[in-house]
Design a protein around this ligand. Structure first.
Ligand code: 5CA
Length: 445
């Protein structure tokens, strides 16, 4: 992409309405624009990162054997009356009437609709286990939408649903999701700690939230600092291996880590004092096992091995896809702007031409641009006739992890400069070396 043709409406001033850094930086970097309270348009760069996050979620779901699909955002109230949640959900649910005066709603989650699809098409235990998911817009009429995309009213969510014959099988699905989520967040450069939580309107007793530690997080959390030493890394996982998933689940959930909803002071005091931490966290996902809550209410049964009908065991599993942009920025920024982790960066490398119009500089930039593109990487080339200071400030603000600076003076010695956004370190090298270095970095990312 050439900056001269890009739609990147960066703001010079800090917007007054933004109380936290991620919201401020997303507005300043021209990623989103508020349309009404808690509802945003995603401008090209914001949309690009959203898609990258979505891609990672899809890839990791595929590895776990879960199937993508898509359900509508507008649903009939009838299914929600069957489960009893039409009344329970309260004012958070956006209720709509169609022209025939029928009650409709904008989906806040989709347990009812997926259960209806399941009961219409699956009738035998032989078709289990089954896990279906979607990434779709949700609406919750939050009392206090705030912090930009972190607590929106309209937000983008991955929601997945497992159907199993027995509780034991459903608990494997729960563990499988936990394992797959750990890997998903790590690929985005995040440490998200599974914490025992409260299930709220979804229901059930078994639930974990995934929290990214950040001062601006909305949840108060209590944990044993040993949990922050755990990393998932690039272990080989067989998602059908019940014992392997269970042992990873135990590794990550046995140490004390709870949100304020389930915090137990007496248990917490058993953690050695020097390891006890109280902090704040951003909830980027949650997994639930709720047994037969919906299958009982909605009569979703399959024929069991003995020929008798049994209600299926279910769970649901969510990732806050749009919230993740905010969480990643909260975890990775400095006073100049965003610092994208390589896994989600909108463009792999920025090219800054210090003297647009200088024949040699222009030619060198064009050839870098072509080489990166040919290598399957996406460069963002600042080809505007702007002062170098302004170009650097924009690059720092939008936070691409790597920048190549090209100017007539360096080119006289055959070199350009490669700069890391994170460390600020710059190294001179030939253009060919710079291309090779950046290719290497992303080959390993
Ligand atoms: N049906 C279940 C699992 S699919 C469910 O709805 N779970 S949830 O309520 O925990 O939502 C899943 C994730 O969506 C949350 O962990 C959070 O990251 C994200 N989320 C929830 N509400 C909002 C909101 N108002 N704005 C942005 N993200 C949100």
């Amino acid at each position: 992409m050439r900056m001269s043709r890009y739609f990147l409406p960066v703001l010079k001033e800090d917007p007054a309405e933004a109380a936290i850094v991620s919201h401020r930086l997303m507005l300043r970097a021209g990623m989103i624009k508020q349309s009404s309270a808690g509802i945003y348009s995603w401008l090209p760069m914001g949309y690009k990162v959203l898609r990258k996050i979505e891609d990672i979620v899809h890839e990791e779901q595929a590895k776990a054997g879960h199937m993508p699909m898509l359900m509508p955002t507008i649903q009939s109230a009838d299914l929600w009356r069957e489960s009893g949640r039409y009344d329970d959900y309260g004012e958070e649910m956006l209720r709509i009437k169609d022209r025939h005066d029928r009650d409709m709603l904008f989906t806040p989650t989709a347990e009812e609709l997926i259960t209806d699809i399941f009961r219409s098409h699956v009738s035998s235990y032989k078709d289990l286990p089954l896990t279906l998911y979607q990434i779709q817009w949700k609406f919750r009429d939050e009392r206090r939408p705030r912090f930009g995309v972190m607590r929106g009213r309209e937000f983008y969510m991955k929601d997945g649903y497992n159907f199993d014959l027995t509780k034991e099988d459903a608990l494997h699905a729960y563990n499988r999701h936990l394992v797959s989520y750990l890997r998903t967040y790590e690929r985005m450069g995040l440490q998200a700690i599974p914490m025992r939580a409260d299930s709220g309107p979804i229901g059930g007793d078994d639930t974990h939230e995934f929290l990214v530690l950040a001062e601006t997080g909305e949840s108060e959390v209590f944990y044993d600092s040993a949990v922050t030493d755990l990393t998932f890394g690039d272990r080989e996982i067989d998602f059908d291996d019940v014992a392997q998933c269970q042992s990873i689940m135990e590794e990550f959930t046995t140490k004390y880590a709870r949100t304020d909803e389930t915090h137990d002071e007496a248990l917490f005091n058993e953690v050695p004092e020097e390891r006890r931490r109280t902090a704040r966290g951003i909830e980027v996902g949650q997994i639930f096992y709720f047994g037969t809550k919906y299958s009982d209410a909605m009569n979703a049964k399959v024929q069991g091995p003995d020929g008798k009908p049994v209600a299926v065991h279910m769970g649901s599993h969510g990732i806050g896809v749009s919230r993740l942009l905010g969480a990643i920025i909260e975890a990775s920024h400095d006073d100049k702007g965003i610092i994208w982790p390589e896994g989600v960066t909108p463009y792999h490398v920025g090219i800054v031409n210090l003297k647009q119009g200088d024949e040699e500089a222009d030619t060198a930039c064009e050839s870098l641009y072509k080489e990166f593109t040919a290598a399957g990487l996406e460069p963002l080339y600042d080809d505007r006739k702007e002062r170098a200071g302004g170009k650097f400030a924009t690059m720092d603000l939008i936070g691409l992890p790597w920048r190549i600076t090209v100017g007539p003076r360096g080119l006289k010695n055959g070199v350009v400069e490669l700069t890391s956004r994170k460390t600020g370190e710059s190294t001179e090298m030939t253009p060919a070396e710079a291309v090779a270095r950046v290719k290497d970095i992303y080959a390993g990312a």
